[in-house]
Ligand binder design. Structure first.
Ligand code: ADP
Length: 594
């Protein structure tokens, strides 16, 4: 029953108790189908008229809008017009128009079911993601006929919980698939004792609701162990709440999921895609993209500052770009801007400087600051995997790498690296580009920024480790296969050396005619020219000039296939050039070798 009607009944309770004769009213209510014969008997068994009236009202309070309307009509029919007038103003509307009248798209029935089940409301600032919501609903429809699991997975702050709550805000879905209701349970990171408490309180809530509907059912003592709690929940779901949906929000651990492996219908949100592997029954999953479309993210910012997306300052787009449209970050920044509307440039700068601790706003979200939300994902990795994950700090933004690159860094077989990556991908800590074979992997910008911030002091030694591992693996000369791994080293070895402050090694590499020849052959001369510009500040100016000149003079030749003889080309440089000197040495060597 909706809130207004219930409140009105409670306020008029004593007047009603004083005057009504329950036995007259109950006949009408039975013929309206809102009261059962058993319920009537129970009420009639009360010894006095007043007690019968009190019992009828008590029962009515636990019923729905239809029961209120039927009771109201019964009062009119039995000439209690004055009492009926007390209830008149709060008569619930049940016309289809009224059912559609909620701004969030849910009907009164949906609202009642969701609030009874503890499903969170929409955030105050909300943008819809219809394609995603429909995907989840479609999977939930598969649970209409049989129990099973729907996993909604994605990285921290991608909007999984909001999406889960949104997907059940649908009249047809609830009435057709989950007439037993929707029950929300927030899980998060917890130990066995906490889990027991959560399940105990869920059982208590379910038993209390079922007792309200059927007072003859009794409340049980709290289950004392996890096994007992699981059995209690199994019983409740099977007998009292068949065809209901359990939403388990933010699951981290498969052992938690096992406690709910009781053949019921479950929607779970998690960062770990593989969690449902450990439970039985049918399973499906929906991936939540980590970022919103630019328009949607701008809409969130605009809603926070009560403006129009078109009128936002220029920094708005940069903020969205900087966090790749992460719903969490955009909302955190939006909430901050609501309080300090002049701080667009400041928050953009904060994001660019990766000062995540400053992007903090107490909100309904579980983590106060972005850094906590990110750190939580990493903490659940095994120690060994955590260390490996931290090594990924050395990757460049927006660069996708094959497992083989990390197999050099970690001295593992590529297959072993793939296994480690699988764990990261499952936990939404890494992304996989499956359009490419072999697969390529990459980090979300926010993850990379967070890692860099976390390992600020260790960054140099991480890059040194990359260079050393590379040198060990390719002590006989650089890879020449032309595959993704080979391309990676030709593009980024210089970057790692620069970051590692290995200036001497960077010199030797970039001022080596062999390197120039192989890189030009594999990648073309443009990349090489780029390197000299990029690291210009740390390289010897004069020698750099020799190499740049050589490349700019011979660029078109180095594009040709068959690939020209670089020593021959270099010999035409002025004899004061380092390029010429190396070419001469090589030519002499060739001559002595014959
Ligand atoms: P997750 O469960 O993936 O960690 P949440 O669903 O809790 O993420 O969302 C994190 C925050 O992002 C929310 O507190 C909310 O502020 C914001 N958010 C998520 N989805 C939306 C949305 N559709 N519209 C507006 N804000 C959203």
């Amino acid at each position: 029953m909706e809130e207004g009607a219930r409140s009105c009944l409670l306020q008029s309770r004593s007047s009603l108790e004083q005057d009504i004769r329950a036995s007259y009213l109950m006949d009408h209510m039975i013929s309206d189908g809102v009261l059962t014969g058993d319920e009537e008997d129970r009420i009639r068994s009360k010894p006095t008229r007043r007690e019968q009236a009190a019992a009828l009202l008590e029962l009515l309070l636990r019923k729905d809008n239809q029961a209120y309307i039927s009771f109201y009509n019964a009062l009119i029919r039995e000439s209690y017009g004055d009492l009926a007038s007390l209830l008149h103003n709060s008569l619930p509307l049940v016309s289809p128009e009224a059912e559609k009248s909620f701004s969030d798209g849910g009907t009164r029935h949906v609202q009642a079911v969701l609030s009874e089940g503890g499903v969170p409301q929409r955030p105050v600032v909300f943008v819809s993601r219809p394609a995603l919501v429909n995907r989840v609903r479609e999977k939930l429809y598969h649970l209409q006929k049989e129990p099973g699991w729907v996993t909604v997975f994605g990285m921290a702050g991608s909007g999984k919980s909001v999406l889960a709550a949104e997907s059940v805000r649908d009249h047809a879905l609830i009435t057709e698939c989950f007439p037993g209701g929707v029950h929300w349970l927030s899980i998060g990171q917890l130990d066995r004792a906490d889990l027991l408490v959560r399940i105990q309180s869920l059982c208590f809530r379910l038993e209390q609701q079922s007792q309200e509907k059927d007072p003859s059912s009794s409340l049980h003592r709290s289950p004392g162990s996890l096994e007992e709690a699981k059995e209690r929940l199994r019983f409740l779901m099977l007998h009292r709440y068949p065809r209901s949906l359990l939403i388990l929000d933010d699951i981290w651990d498969s052992s938690v999921l096992k406690a709910f492996d009781i053949q019921c219908r479950v929607l779970l949100t998690t960062r770990d895609r593989s969690l449902a592997d450990c439970v039985s029954g049918s399973k499906s999953e929906v991936a939540v993209e980590s970022g919103l479309e630019e328009d949607q993210a701008l809409e969130i910012l605009a809603l926070y500052v009560n403006g129009k997306p078109q009128r936002l300052p220029e920094q708005a787009r940069s903020i969205v770009r900087e966090c790749k449209g992460s719903p969490l970050v955009v909302s955190l920044v939006g909430a901050l801007l609501r309080e300090f509307p002049d701080r667009w440039a400041y928050y953009l700068h904060t994001l660019q400087q990766k000062k995540f601790k400053r992007i903090r706003k107490s909100s309904s979200y579980d983590y106060d600051a972005l850094d906590q939300a990110m750190a939580a994902s990493i903490q659940v990795l095994s120690e060994e995997h955590r260390e490996l994950y931290i090594d990924l700090t050395v990757l460049e933004k927006d660069v996708k790498v094959p497992a083989k690159v990390l197999s050099v860094l970690w001295d593992l077989e590529p297959e072993e690296v793939e296994d480690v990556f699988q764990d990261f991908v499952n936990k939404s800590l890494l992304f996989r580009d499956c359009h490419h074979r072999p697969y390529l992997y990459y980090l979300h910008d926010l993850q990379l920024d967070f890692l860099a911030e976390m390992n600020r002091s260790g960054l140099e030694s991480l890059h040194t480790k990359v260079v050393r591992q590379y040198q060990q693996r390719y002590s006989q000369g650089p890879p020449t296969s032309g595959d993704e791994e080979c391309l990676y080293w030709f593009r980024f070895l210089t970057y790692h050396m620069a970051k590692a402050n290995l200036t001497q090694e960077l010199y030797s590499l970039m001022f080596s005619l062999d390197w120039v020849r192989t890189k030009a052959q594999i990648m073309g001369p443009a990349h090489l020219i780029n390197d000299y510009v990029e690291y210009g500040a740390i390289l010897d100016k004069e020698v750099r000039g020799h190499f740049q000149e050589f490349l700019s003079l011979n660029g078109h030749q180095l594009e040709q296939r068959p690939f020209p003889d670089v020593v021959q080309l270099a010999l035409s440089q002025p004899d004061s050039s380092e390029v010429y000197r190396q070419a001469l040495l090589q030519a002499q060597e060739r001559a002595t070798r014959g």
